[in-house]
Design a binder for this molecule. Sequence first.
Ligand SMILES: C[S@@+](CC[C@H](N)C(=O)[O-])C[C@H]1O[C@@H](n2cnc3c(N)ncnc32)[C@H](O)[C@@H]1O
Length: 245
Amino acid sequence: MEGNKELPEFTHEGRDKKKFVREMFNDISSNYDFLNHFLSVGIDIYWRKKFVQKLNISHGNHIADIACGTGDVCFEILKNHKVNVTGIDLAENMISIASKKAQKKQVENVQFLVGDAEALPLDSNSVDFLTISYGFRNIAHYEKAIEEFLRVLKPGGKLGILEFSKPKNSWLGSLFTFYFHQVLPRLGSLFSRSDAYRYLPESVDFFPSREDICRKLIYGGFNRAEIHDLTFGISTIFLGFKKGE
Ligand SMILES: C[S@@+](CC[C@H](N)C(=O)[O-])C[C@H]1O[C@@H](n2cnc3c(N)ncnc32)[C@H](O)[C@@H]1O
């Protein structure tokens, strides 16, 4: 972080966050895929694959991928399953890229919609799985989004959140912090809107702990929550189970 090291540079909750996040992802959309793979040296592809495997999706299911961005989780799901996927994102430029990718890949059974995780354009009890990959951290009001996730999931449905975490191993934690705070913002600014890659590490710092995320899910009405760390806990999969009938 540049400037005063004590104060955050960005807002991590509320309406101003939502406005900033939407504008930022609209602005960085054209470079988003390239920078994701480049800055993570491709490990993001492996994390999304593991995430989809962990869900245990069955043929015929309806899946809503929230904060879908350019659609990579939707495409990963459709690679291996005969299902219907609805991708939803706040930033219209991300949705436009996702739609173009679907056309190019000739992928069927997917629709992309502009929409807000806090007011989903989906019927209640309508989806078997709700996924959100590297999107939950960017949401302005976590509790409102969790309420919506629970509403649209069918009884017995499953929520999957994939998100960056702070690794537990201390030397790896220090290395990760160094890379995220010192290297990534400099590399990112060479190719994209410079504040986007200062926002990323700060948003990870401000993201609630693994246990707090589970608490939010349980207080929000999920029956059960699980934590599954990937790659020494740099990324984490959270599962939330909605009570069956
Ligand atoms: C880091 S990207 C993740 C994109 C994609 N899921 C992936 O794995 O690459 C975060 C996305 O969250 C979206 N987002 C943030 N707040 C949102 C909200 N309230 N509702 C829907 N999408 C939101 C942003 O527009 C952005 O496309």
